[in-house]
Design a protein around this ligand. Sequence first.
Ligand SMILES: CC(C)(COP(=O)(O)OP(=O)(O)OC[C@H]1O[C@@H](n2cnc3c(N)ncnc32)[C@H](O)[C@@H]1OP(=O)(O)O)[C@@H](O)C(=O)NCCC(=O)NCCS
Length: 218
Amino acid sequence: MPIQSSVEIVDVTKDPKYERFLYWCIFHTKKEFIGKSIHKTYKHRYEYLKTMIPKGFRKKVLFYKGDHVGMIEYAPVEASGFPIIGENVIVMNCIWVHKRAAGHHFGKLLIEHMMEDKKGTTGFATLGCEGFHRVYVKKDDMEKLGFYSLKSMKVKHKGKKKGGCFTIHLMWMPVVKNAKLPTWNESKLMEGLYFCEHHPLYHGKHGCAELRFILEKH
Ligand SMILES: CC(C)(COP(=O)(O)OP(=O)(O)OC[C@H]1O[C@@H](n2cnc3c(N)ncnc32)[C@H](O)[C@@H]1OP(=O)(O)O)[C@@H](O)C(=O)NCCC(=O)NCCS
């Protein structure tokens, strides 16, 4: 049987049936959410979704033989989770394909799905990390998917969880020839991110209310 016939890409953005997929990374998706309401537990995420879904945020989950093994989320710059600036640019907040599903080109499939969904854009942007102590959102992974680094900044974490230097890259995948290049708001980036509590640059993991900037330039 061709692999495509066992693959389904589902929009989990609006259907309450998929709410847990909106709040958790697919690999942390528990069957039932136990305890406090999901909105109270993930309040930054809740605020982000409430504001940005109407502005074009989308999250898609890839099911392979009924098993959720991949996801991608993206939004127009004005609704994205990263402080990226650009004209008619779509920002990919996150992509993840589980190792157990590697080798099926699901990453590329999710990218193609996003490109088809957001036809008419000048290009796609995201962030990639290099030299970060955790293996998430690596620049190399983004390169495998077709992005290249436009600019970068060497940083270090301040606050609760310090750690070594690493480099953040603004990654770009143009669609239109001679597209105007995106950039980022450096000061906002140093504050950290709020859209996802599992993201390595999540403010809450490294900062606290008193610490506005969780990163410092190195
Ligand atoms: C990046 C990622 C999405 C790729 O997904 P995938 O389904 O394994 O990738 P694909 O099978 O579509 O492969 C894409 C390309 O990369 C290549 N590739 C994949 N894994 C590779 C590896 N380990 N080494 C070298 N090349 C590799 C493939 O050959 C393919 O290139 P091709 O089209 O020229 O053949 C996946 O590895 C991943 O989820 N990484 C973690 C991302 C992350 O940190 N997300 C969490 C954020 S908190």
